[in-house]
Design a protein around this ligand. Structure first.
Ligand code: FE
Length: 193
């Protein structure tokens, strides 16, 4: 249960989810859930991006596993909710910039489709399909409101990493490689020294 998790146990808890559940299918993509998230994190690390971006990419789809946190809702299986559910289970331990990247990674796709004409072409077939279920490109009003988020730049970066992390044959380090970094972000947020 998430209310029993602490800054000392959250990272091993997340590692365990990757270990036990990471092999599950990422619907319609040629990668497992763990491969998808590890690829995004590895690409961010290779690109020299800040730890908050690497960690956000690593955890952006954790909402697919919220039943593990004991906060299950019947709606969790619906794609429109995994991003909100993921942000909710992380927000006790991670800074807003990380949870915003998780919470808005689906909205960011709708945002980029509305504002960057070339963006749509990089989406996978499964992602185009889910875009339609998610409401299609944002309206001008939605774009204006989305741009008010102070973490817009990070949110967009993580969205690009989400789209990039779908390679059938990419080698990445495992979760354990990123665990010390995740712990640093948690400790900085929770005031653990
Ligand atoms: Fe994703």
């Amino acid at each position: 249960m998430s209310d029993k998790l602490t800054p000392q146990t959250i990272v091993p808890f997340l590692a365990d989810i990757f270990e036990r559940r990471g092999g599950e299918e990422y619907l319609g993509e040629p990668v497992t859930m763990a491969e998808h998230m590890l690829q995004g994190a590895a690409l961010a690390e290779r690109g020299g991006m800040p730890e908050r971006i690497i960690v956000a990419a690593l955890l952006h789809d954790i909402g697919h596993f919220t039943s593990e946190f004991g906060t299950y809702h019947p709606d969790d299986t619906h794609d429109r909710h995994h991003e909100e559910a993921g942000a909710e289970v992380l927000e006790e331990f991670f800074p807003t910039v990380v949870t915003d990247c998780v919470r808005h990674h689906v909205a960011a796709k709708r945002y980029l489709c509305a504002t960057k004409p070339e963006y749509f072409k990089r989406l996978s077939i499964a992602s185009v399909h889910s875009l339609n279920l998610q409401g299609g490109p944002m309206s001008a009003e939605e774009v204006a409101e989305f741009e008010h988020n102070p973490n817009l730049e990070e949110i967009v970066q993580v969205r690009y990493l989400d789209d990039a992390g779908k390679h059938a044959d990419m080698e990445t380090p495992g979760f354990s490689h990123f665990a010390p970094m995740v712990q640093r972000v948690v400790d900085a947020h929770c005031g653990v020294h």
